[in-house]
Write a protein that binds this ligand. Structure first.
Ligand SMILES: *Cc1c(COP(=O)(O)O)cnc(C)c1O
Length: 350
């Protein structure tokens, strides 16, 4: 049978009229056991990576977008709007195209990765670049969405988080239980909440014997939850989590506390080192924001956080191809040589 996408796969959790379903067959992403990171950093754990960059538009945002857009279509809506650090706009534009409705996306000028901007554009969204940051863009679209007929699809839309909880369902199905820990990057802080709700749901239904401790990581230059204050000018190379006033701030704090986990921060250097490491020792190219979870894991392991033998899942939230500039900037330049065997051999190392 063809995999039908998240809404039909998890119908009882995501109710919507069948004729309103808008899907790109998102979800069912691979959960990989990491051998490379475990070896390189001597991690005393069993580590699994949830590859959310393999969703149709290259990030986990598709899980929430399929449901938010389907519910919007069910209501007869003709337009959706969002603010975005990039991936929400890419996803909203694609699902709106699939649904045949209009998408308007508002992004911070010059602050989003080129791959993400290109996605919103090719899917035919109306793109606005505001001279301001994500938090200011969100304030603008919130106001506009108060008008009739236009639906906000940022993660304050409750359907987004309901869709995103399916990632936790898939992990429990793959492992046969919830992991001991779940490590995840935190930006607007919706995903950490969605995962925990998903795990809790399966736990309550007896599909999992435990719930994981949720461990979230913000970038040090945009760590409002950790520092307990709004950051007016958030800065980090991890543009997808460059958010100074997260919409799901309180729920995320509660989830961290209730699960026995925490929200901490990692420096940009740690993020980039983790980003490079997972690409080089495990073969997975994620975007810098995704690597915040791995950077956090490495940091905690160094502090002696793990007793040994724990099962840990780390979400890699988005695909590395969205932001190739970062990869190129970190890597050695390609050799430029004459098109002769000797010229190549001269530079070749084994
Ligand atoms: C949106 C996003 C995040 C942050 O998720 P939140 O739910 O806003 O915390 C992290 N990584 C990537 C790649 C994203 O697109």
């Amino acid at each position: 049978m063809l995999y039908p996408g998240l809404i039909r796969q998890y119908r009882t959790y995501l109710p919507v009229a069948e004729e309103a379903v808008v899907t790109l067959h998102e979800g069912r992403t691979p959960l990989f056991e990491s051998k490379g990171l475990v070896k390189k950093f001597n991690l005393p754990i069993q580590l699994y990576l949830k590859l959310e960059g393999l969703n149709p538009t290259g990030s986990f945002k598709d899980r929430g977008m399929t449901y938010a857009v389907s519910k919007a279509v069910e209501m007869g809506t003709k337009a959706i709007i969002c603010a975005s650090t990039g991936n929400t706009s890419a996803s909203a534009a694609a699902y709106a195209a699939r649904a045949g409705i209009a998408a308007m996306v508002v992004v911070p000028e010059g602050k989003i990765a080129l791959g993400k901007l290109s996605q919103a554009q090719i899917h035919g969204a109306q793109v606005f670049q505001v001279k301001g940051n994500f938090d200011e863009a969100l304030a603008v679209v919130k106001k506009i969405s108060e008008q009739d007929g236009i639906i906000l699809v940022n993660s304050i839309n409750p359907h987004r988080l309901l869709g995103q909880q399916t990632a936790a369902f898939e992990i429990v199905e793959d492992l046969g239980d919830a992991p001991d820990y779940h490590f995840i990057p935190v930006g607007n802080a919706g995903n950490i909440v969605a995962y925990y709700r998903g795990y809790t749901r399966y736990f309550e239904e007896g599909k999992a014997k435990q719930k994981p401790k949720m461990c979230g990581f913000q970038a040090a230059g945009s760590a409002p939850i950790v520092l307990n204050k709004i950051i007016e000018h958030p800065e980090t190379v991890a543009s997808a989590i460059r958010i100074g006033n997260p919409a799901n701030w309180q729920p995320a704090k509660e989830v961290a506390k209730e699960s026995g986990g925490f929200i901490d921060k990692v420096e940009d250097e740690e993020i980039l080192a983790a980003y490079e490491a997972v690409a080089q020792v495990d073969g997975f190219f994620c975007e810098p924001a995704s690597a915040a979870s791995i950077a956090g894991l490495i940091k905690k392991a160094k502090e002696g956080f793990f007793k040994g033998g724990e099962k840990v899942v780390c979400t890699l939230t988005g695909h590395g191809l969205k932001d190739p500039d970062q990869a190129i900037a970190l890597s050695p330049k390609p050799h430029v040589v004459e098109a002769r065997v000797e010229a190549v051999l001269e530079k070749l190392k084994w």
